[in-house]
Design a protein. Structure first.
Ligand code: ZN
Ligand code: ZN
Length: 357
């Protein structure tokens, strides 16, 4: 029997679309696990098992995923996939579309080395499929233990691993090394200086003490922004407007548990002035539950002369397509493409970051 479609590719596509639609993690996992379980199976056995209904005997393959595989092998687009495609997405206006088209990479992403859900290879593959030229891998730093932050030793190992993965990736695409480093209470950065200097891109974010009083938080952020290792100031206010963070969903929560958080209090004009002075980019974080900074602060950063990075902060491959949300907000605020550092090529980006340190 000739295989008209690739069932593994269909399962991966479904997982991607579910992630992009911000569906609960367990639902996505069913498709990613099935794709992984079936990828190692000889084609003949796959066909035979689909024919006699024994795919579900394999660990990681359930009724729904087995049905998708059977449909795919029969040359039909799986019904599950067809429904997802038919109901997905919204249209962007012309300015947001142009800005999105100008982006050549993503500077804030996570893998399963910290609190992401997928291996580095899978994230990179999804970025290639989106048309990116690069993906900056920015797993968490040691103190963020809840997110399995990387010690200096694990980060060094990750750098070796990334070099290997890069060697196997298509020409014209590469993973850039990076970190989302915690900005500690005193404004210092939570990783060794020599490692920060070695990385291609350093995103720094506040993840603790978000309720610090105004003058303390301002001092903390000003010190971080002035640090020559810091390239991008991540999710500036720390707010959560809705929904849930990635990676903590389960069958019980239906994916819509209320978990909002107010913006932290700091002197935004002082921080943005410092970003402009030190040429530190302000992140426009695209995550639906963050939408950080709020539009009024994007406008102020723009007036202050800051550069921006429109990032996804993706914790799963499908979330890499969330840049559109950040572009929408940036376009509404009138952010021009030439102020956005991820419109640059990987070469330009790395030249910029290395000249800063
Ligand atoms: Zn973060
Ligand atoms: Zn992050």
């Amino acid at each position: 029997m000739a295989r008209a479609r690739d069932p593994i590719a269909d399962l991966r596509r479904i997982a991607f679309l579910l992630e992009r639609a911000n569906e609960a993690t367990y639902r996505v996992r069913a498709f990613r696990s099935a794709a992984k379980a079936l990828a190692g199976l000889p084609a003949a056995e796959l066909t035979e098992r689909a024919g006699n209904g024994t795919l579900t005997e394999l660990a990681g393959v359930g009724d729904v995923t087995a049905r998708c595989v059977a449909e795919s092998l029969a040359g039909e687009e799986p019904v599950y996939l067809r429904r997802l495609v038919a109901t997905e997405g919204s249209d962007l206006d012309a300015e947001a579309t142009a800005l999105r088209a100008a982006l050549r990479g993503d500077c804030h992403t996570h893998s399963d080395w910290s609190d992401g859900g997928s291996p580095i290879e899978e994230m990179a593959l999804a970025a290639v499929e989106l048309g990116h030229e690069y993906l900056v891998l920015t797993d968490h730093s040691p103190r963020l233990t809840v997110a399995r932050g990387l010690t200096a030793e694990r980060l060094r190992r990750q750098l070796d691993h990334v070099a290997q993965v890069n060697a196997a990736l298509p020409e014209g695409f590469r993973i850039l090394t990076g970190i989302e480093v915690d900005i500690l209470a005193d404004g210092s950065l939570d990783q060794d200086d020599d490692l920060l200097a070695r990385l291609d891109v350093v995103v720094g974010s506040v993840h603790s003490g978000l309720k610090d009083e105004r003058s303390k938080m301002t001092r903390r952020m000003l010190k971080a922004v002035a640090n020559p290792h810091l390239d991008i100031l991540g999710h500036v206010t720390g707010r959560m407007v809705s929904s849930r963070p990635a990676g903590v969903t389960g069958p019980g929560d239906r994916g819509h548990r209320a978990r909002t958080r107010a913006e932290s209090d700091f002197d935004a004009d002082a921080v943005f002035a410092a970003c402009a002075e030190h040429d530190t980019a302000v992140e426009i974080n695209s995550r639906p539950e963050r939408q950080d900074p709020p539009k009024r602060l994007i406008r102020r950063a723009l007036e202050a002369g800051c550069r921006f990075a429109i990032n996804t902060d993706a914790h799963a491959p499908g979330q890499l397509d969330w840049q559109r949300f950040g572009c929408e907000r940036a376009a509404l605020c009138g952010v021009p493409a030439d102020r956005v550092i991820n419109t640059w090529s990987a070469e330009q980006l790395v030249t910029w970051t290395h000249n800063r340190t």
